[in-house]
Write a protein that binds this ligand. Structure first.
Ligand code: PHB
Length: 371
């Protein structure tokens, strides 16, 4: 049953699988690295998300489902009871402002480094290393390492980690979860032929490459219900050394299969602002509309007019906005009222590890005549 309303405005409410959201804007998931080495949500993080709660949907930064999934400094986790409990202050702060919030579930796979795992290799679908700049570890920037291909018998455990994380997210009061299958992290590593050269039932064919994502979706849907589960895909992206010649076949198959789960939304990084693999013509929202009838969320490089147009022409039901949201906590109000936007923040402020307001929670809301 098509759930999409093709004749609406960016600033109109939307029924996201039974969850009413106040507008079609989402705060895109963005790593901010403020959770400390213990990887716990904290009052500063709660304040940051509460400041942005007028987005129809807040999507948290990528949050690891297991210690094995860690790969970045000071990003939060949700694989212990303490971590789950710490997230409650965040959901409560966003709900107190009338907002909605999904947690993004993450396993970095080969984008990690042995320093995060007591010297053990990071894991992936196959033993194929990222060709790229390097990874920030506790001892500084290091070259990427060749990952260890996960054994077939280990994959049920990976799925179980996603399920436990979803259970903790539900207990912490999240309205739903977004499964991160984009940007070259573990689930994308399994999905794409560039990084998956397995010969077991999790590799070789597109059906098999999709299997791990399918099992994760089914496990998480059993916890939350399909209408509270989303999946994020990056068909056009090159981040983390991704981009496969058969990307169109792979992502068409994935979207068609995901149709069956009645998801809250499919989050497609259609825009090329995060890098384009140039393996063919980029996949568009229209490509996904033709094969996926549930709610579609667009992302990556959208400005106000592009967002308005995407919803107006029916290409997207929602649009996730990243970088402009860092310096404009009230972006929804600014865009709706045509107020000026604050300039983009400095990239050097995005991942500062110190738990301080500067560059994180100190961006003011718009005041007419102010500043
Ligand atoms: C990042 O921390 O740089 C990061 C995390 C998740 C993404 C992309 C980038 O999907």
């Amino acid at each position: 049953m098509p759930q999409s309303d093709h004749s609406s405005s960016l600033f109109s409410a939307f029924d996201l699988g039974g969850l009413k959201v106040n507008n079609r804007l989402a705060l895109a998931p963005m790593t901010r690295s403020k959770a400390g080495p213990e990887r716990l949500a904290n009052p500063l993080i709660a304040e940051y998300y509460a400041q942005r709660a007028s987005a129809g949907l807040v999507i948290t930064e990528a949050t690891t489902v297991s210690a094995q999934g860690n790969g970045y400094l000071n990003t939060p986790g949700i694989y212990t009871d303490e971590m789950g409990d710490a997230w409650r202050q965040v959901t409560e702060a966003v709900h107190a402002k009338g907002g909605r919030i999904f947690l993004q579930l993450w396993h970095t796979g080969r984008a990690s480094h042995s320093e995060f795992h007591d010297g053990a290799q990071p894991v992936s679908a196959s033993a194929i290393r990222i060709e790229g700049d390097g990874v920030h570890t506790p001892s500084g920037k290091q070259d990427y390492e060749v990952p260890r291909a996960l054994e077939t018998g280990e994959l049920k455990g990976v799925v179980a980690d996603y399920v436990s994380a979803a259970e903790r997210a539900k207990a912490a009061g999240f309205d739903g979860v977004e499964i991160h299958a984009a940007n070259g992290y573990l689930l994308d590593q399994f999905l794409q032929s560039k990084t998956n050269q397995r010969t077991d039932e999790y590799g070789s064919s597109v059906e098999n490459r999709f299997r791990l994502l399918r099992e994760v979706v089914e496990g998480v849907v059993a916890v939350f219900g399909g209408n509270r589960v989303a999946v994020r895909l990056a068909p056009n992206g090159m981040f983390n050394d991704m981009g496969s010649p058969d990307f169109r076949e792979t992502f068409t198959y994935a979207a068609k299969e995901l149709e069956a789960y009645g998801l809250a939304y499919l989050h497609v990084m259609d825009g090329l602002a995060f890098g384009f693999h140039e393996q063919g013509e980029p996949m568009t929202l229209e490509d996904f509309r033709a094969i996926f009838t549930g709610p579609l969320m667009a992302n990556c490089g959208y400005d106000r007019q592009m967002s308005i147009d995407a919803v107006q022409r029916g290409a997207a039901d929602m649009v996730a906005i990243g970088r402009p949201y860092i310096s404009n906590p009230d972006l929804a109000e600014r865009w709706e009222n045509s107020w000026p936007e604050a300039p983009l923040s400095e990239p050097t402020s995005w991942y500062t590890l110190e738990q301080v307001a500067a560059g994180f929670t100190d961006y003011p809301v718009y005041e007419a005549g102010g500043k």
